[in-house]
Design a protein around this ligand. Structure first.
Ligand code: COA
Length: 265
């Protein structure tokens, strides 16, 4: 059987246990075409299954992180092809949001429409001071189709989401720090070093704890509080039984006992 063709619209680079996915359609601000969507979905499903990858960083080449769906492709689509594009989009966003590995968005430039919806699927978001984000679908007479209204409300709050959705405004990264979506804004040249440092930190933490934490955060957004507290209780009990936690807890107690002995001379 022939080896699968290498993706054309993105690259996947390894830095130890960290995988960096970079969108590479810079002349189109990484607007998402049908083939690109298939490549992104496949890349995330593969990385989710790869035992050597603990953390994924997502970024874009050039001025765009991703400027949304390819509007020029939309222009030539029959209604049924448009519907199919939306269905495939839902699977792509799920492959990112429900990936068993944490995904860090390193937003380098424009993240608009479907690109912003992708940011909403990531676990941690950092952004360059040059990044601009928004949901401009209203300007095309559309609404977002990749979760922008639903994840937007869940992650930003109803009024902030309504402002973005109804005006189609493109806002700077700093505003999304105020909105609680972006954890840090960096100088453009510092974005990838910072993303890799953060990813490296997560990659050396207990993989069991990281997996549980991602699951628990999603659980909280999708379920009632009592069910979430039950789920969290199960997770902490199970993690307490792992070698990683046993060793870290013991190490802490031993260091404290050593300091106490030193104090007593
Ligand atoms: N779909 C298809 N092509 C896109 C695109 C999109 N969503 N966004 C940008 N591009 C293409 C442009 O057509 C242009 O390519 P061309 O020179 O072959 O025509 C290239 O990317 C550069 O974009 P350009 O518009 O020239 O850059 P700019 O700096 O003047 O403006 C934006 C940047 C992001 C403000 C503008 O491109 C824009 O509004 N894009 C659409 C964003 C959008 O509505 N997204 C939601 C889609 S549902």
């Amino acid at each position: 059987m022939a080896a699968p063709a290498a993706p054309e619209s993105l690259s996947v680079d390894r830095h130890g246990a960290v995988a960096v996915v970079t969108f590479r359609r810079p002349d189109q601000l990484n607007a998402i075409s049908t083939p690109m969507m298939a490549e992104i979905t496949e890349a995330f499903l593969d990385l989710g299954r790869d035992p050597e990858v603990n953390v994924i960083v997502l970024t874009g080449e050039g001025r765009g992180f991703m400027a949304g769906a390819d509007i020029k492709e939309y222009a030539g689509q029959a209604d049924s092809a448009f519907d199919d594009f939306q269905t495939r989009g839902r699977a792509m966003y799920a492959a990112i949001e429900d990936n068993p590995k944490p995904v860090i968005a390193a937003v380098n430039g424009y993240a608009l429409g479907g690109g912003f919806e992708m940011v909403l699927c990531c676990d941690i978001v950092i952004a360059s001071s040059k990044a601009k984000m928004g949901l401009p679908e209203v300007k095309l007479g559309l609404v977002p189709g990749g979760g922008g209204t639903q994840r937007g409300v869940a992650k930003l709050g109803a009024n902030r989401a309504a402002y973005l959705l109804l005006t189609g405004a493109m806002l700077p990264a700093a505003t999304f720090v105020d909105y609680g979506l972006v954890a840090e804004v960096t100088e453009p040249d510092d974005l990838m070093p910072r993303a890799l440092a953060l990813a490296g930190e997560l990659a050396t933490a207990s993989p069991d704890a990281i997996r549980e934490l991602k699951t628990l955060v999603h659980f909280a957004t999708r379920n009632e509080l009592p069910a979430g507290l039950d789920r969290e209780g199960e997770a902490v009990r199970s993690l307490f039984r792992t070698d990683f936690a046993k060793a870290r807890v013991r190490e802490f107690a031993e260091k404290s006992a050593a300091r106490e002995r030193e104090k007593r001379g």
